[in-house]
Write a protein that binds this ligand. Structure first.
Ligand code: COA
Length: 415
């Protein structure tokens, strides 16, 4: 079966997490992704957080599947010529260097357009144009400047960053959408364009509901579904809401049987309005279904703390999986807090290819997250990440270099 992007060739100048997430997705959809790395060292993540000496780390292998690796010294004059040949042959250049690094290599937007006017140049940067545009940015910085940290955690504690890599992987996802959109537009214009996904913007996009709440707060001074209501106070900015649900259906994380010993024996419970009567039945508070203090969503808002305490008395008598099974029978939305161990061992995720076991010549077998986006006509096969420079000769030959020329470029350190 064909792949959605199989005629697309990508010059992958990315490193660390945000850029590689993007190009890995494109590779899974069938693009030929040629990752350019520095000889000797390569992407810095190859050796970060290593669990096996001398083997590419899981950090690297889990972000660079289905790619080819070539080593080119972008600052060597003959290495630059090889890069120019690649730019002429590829459809997209993806990069996430610090601001200005690509220009300093001599590959300005103008130069790239001169070499290949159809080329799409896609960049991840920390910030868009403005006072911070020259700053280097990593994941947690993006979470802090994009509004996630100030709105995550509990009201009586400091800002908290989340384990989900919304700054890096989140921005990589945004960039991938920008690239396929630019490829689509190129069909009619024939021109390339620059695609920018700033990490601050990507995180803010994912925190959209909090900017919604900022404006609600300014208008009304109170947000009734927040845990600060009715007992606490609101300040000028959206407060941290603990585990409250971001939508109109109140939710909270509740203890389940075994919580004293198991840090993940909890369930997320949503008191969705259409199933309120069923919730009352399940927890043995049938009278709440008709009591005017509890019968409507608006009446319940001032009592949420007590309501969740009462529901928790019930969830504590069940394991998180037992509670899930019972609640699902009544269409009550809920979700057990799954540990990474439970997720890694979950058979249904293996079956759908969301968790995949991959074999690597140096590190052996390891688990990875496969393609989370499933296309019925473009199935994903997850293949291992390349060794450093594994495909240099192959790609050079495809560019038309003779073995003698390749040997020469190696001697002068261009590749
Ligand atoms: N040949 C020669 N030089 C190369 C090269 C190659 N193949 N690949 C990279 N380099 C050089 C670059 O040209 C740059 O040199 P310069 O500073 O002299 O111009 C140098 O390597 C370092 O690149 P840089 O991007 O500055 O790396 P860093 O390790 O100092 O910074 C980040 C890392 C992630 C902070 C930075 O790249 C960044 O802010 N990126 C944008 C935001 C981003 O993606 N952040 C999330 C990362 S998950």
């Amino acid at each position: 079966m064909g792949k959605a992007l199989e005629d697309v060739r990508i010059l992958d100048f990315t490193h660390v997490q945000s850029g590689p997430t993007c190009t890995q997705l494109l590779a899974w959809f069938g693009a030929d992704v040629i990752k350019v790395e520095r000889a000797g060292a390569g992407d810095v993540t190859r050796e970060q957080l290593r669990d096996i000496p001398e083997a590419d780390s899981l950090y690297f292998t889990m972000l660079n599947h289905n790619k080819r690796s070539v080593t080119i010294d972008a600052k060597n004059p003959e290495g630059k010529q090889v890069l120019e040949a690649l730019i002429q042959k590829c459809d997209v250049l993806v990069e996430n260097f610090a601001p200005g690094a690509l220009d300093r290599m001599g590959f300005t937007w103008e130069r790239i357009q001169e070499l290949n006017p159809r080329m799409i140049v896609a960049s991840v940067k920390g910030f868009g144009a403005g006072p911070y545009e020259d700053c280097k940015v990593y994941e947690n910085v993006a979470q802090c400047v994009g509004g996630a940290a100030s709105t995550t955690g509990f009201d009586d504690g400091p800002p908290v960053v989340t384990g989900a890599q919304i700054g890096d992987s989140g921005t990589g996802l945004h960039l991938a959408l920008g690239i396929v959109t630019a490829l689509y537009q190129r069909k009619t214009t024939g021109r390339g364009q620059h695609v920018l996904a700033a990490m601050q913007d990507g995180v803010l996009n994912l925190c959209r509901v909090k900017l919604r709440d900022q404006q609600r707060l300014e208008r009304t001074g109170v947000m009734r579904e927040y845990p600060q209501h009715p007992n606490g106070t609101f300040g000028e900015a959206v407060p941290r809401a603990g585990n409250a649900s971001g939508g109109g259906q109140p939710g909270w994380i509740l203890k389940c049987k075994g919580w004293e010993a198991d840090p993940n024996a909890y369930i997320y419970f949503i008191t969705q309005a259409p199933v309120w009567a069923k919730i009352c039945n399940v927890i043995g508070k049938e009278e709440w279904a008709t009591d005017p203090n509890y019968a409507t969503p608006a009446a319940r808002l001032p009592h949420l703390k007590d309501i969740f305490a009462e529901i928790e008395r019930w969830t504590m008598t069940k394991t998180k999986f037992e509670a899930m099974e019972i609640l699902n029978k009544y269409d009550i939305p809920c979700g057990p807090i799954l540990s990474m161990k439970e997720i890694a061992e979950e058979p249904s995720l293996r079956k759908t290819g969301t968790i995949v076991e991959v074999d690597h010549p140096v590190r052996g077998k390891y688990l990875t997250v496969g393609n989370p986006i499933k296309l019925s006509d473009s199935p994903t096969e997850v293949t291992r990440s390349p060794l450093l420079g594994e495909h240099t000769d192959e790609v050079m030959a495809e560019l038309g270099y003779h073995p003698d020329q390749i040997a020469h470029l190696r001697v002068v350190g261009a590749i």
